[in-house]
Ligand binder design. Structure first.
Ligand code: AMP
Length: 219
């Protein structure tokens, strides 16, 4: 029986990390911790933190490491992570990866699986322009490959889907650049530790899900 499952999801924006993280979260009953979702919630709530990060997110740049590490430290101190967690969107820089290791060490924990969802830039751009999100439940759709059943409304909530501000073409380009520069070293960081599992993110959602479940569950 699996007792602990600490996972990080890696890959460019639009790779399908969030979609797959939600599946894994359901399958293993462990929380899906998306730093992007957490920051967007702060923005919607109009909190001081939200105000501070709003422009940074819109520009496609990264929020400063210290702030992100503080957010993760607080989140991982909650009880619901006892049996494991799935980090999606963190760590995004080498110093975040190192700080995460330190933090987990102090809690007698470690990352067991890092999942790299690999997709090329042209697929990222194509996918993000077709991406829609439910503002209520956070479910992610793609108007070409995974559209909702009715018009542009969420299958679960019936709420009108939205396009994220940072999914605009100019911002997507910047986000990809930032990813290549700052986040790809994190992939090597986990590869060197022999806990990197690479999955072809250009395959359809169900296929990627099946591969991930085999990978993570089979070890
Ligand atoms: P995401 O939903 O993961 O694509 O995140 C959306 C935006 O939130 C990113 O483009 C960053 O501006 C910010 N963000 C989310 N997670 C992090 C992180 N770990 N470090 C820095 N910025 C982050």
């Amino acid at each position: 029986m699996i007792t602990m499952m600490n996972i990080v999801m890696l890959g460019p924006p639009g790779a399908g990390k969030g979609t797959q993280a939600k599946f894994l979260s359901q399958e293993f009953s462990i929380p899906h911790i998306s730093t992007g979702d957490m920051l967007r919630e702060e923005i919607s709530a109009g909190s001081p933190l939200g105000k501070k990060v709003e422009e940074i997110i819109k520009s496609g740049k990264l929020v400063e490491d210290k702030l992100m590490i503080d957010i993760i430290r607080e989140r991982l101190s909650r009880k619901d992570v006892e049996k494991g967690f799935i980090l999606d969107g963190f760590p995004r820089t080498l110093s975040q990866a190192e700080a995460l290791d330190e933090l987990l060490k102090s809690m007698q924990k470690a990352i067991e699986y890092s999942v790299y969802v690999k997709v090329p830039e042209n697929v990222v751009v194509e996918r993000l322009s077709a991406r829609r999100v439910c503002p209520k439940c956070g479910r992610i759709y793609n108007m070409i490959s995974n559209p909702p059943k009715h018009d542009e409304t969420c299958d679960v909530c019936g709420v009108k889907l939205i396009t994220r501000d940072d999914d605009k073409p100019e911002t997507v380009k910047k986000r990809y650049e930032v990813y290549m520069e700052q986040t790809t070293p994190v992939i090597d960081y986990y590869r060197k530790r022999n806990i990197l599992f690479t999955v072809d993110g250009t395959l359809n959602v169900e296929k990627v899900k099946e591969m991930l479940l085999n990978m993570v569950g089979g070890i």
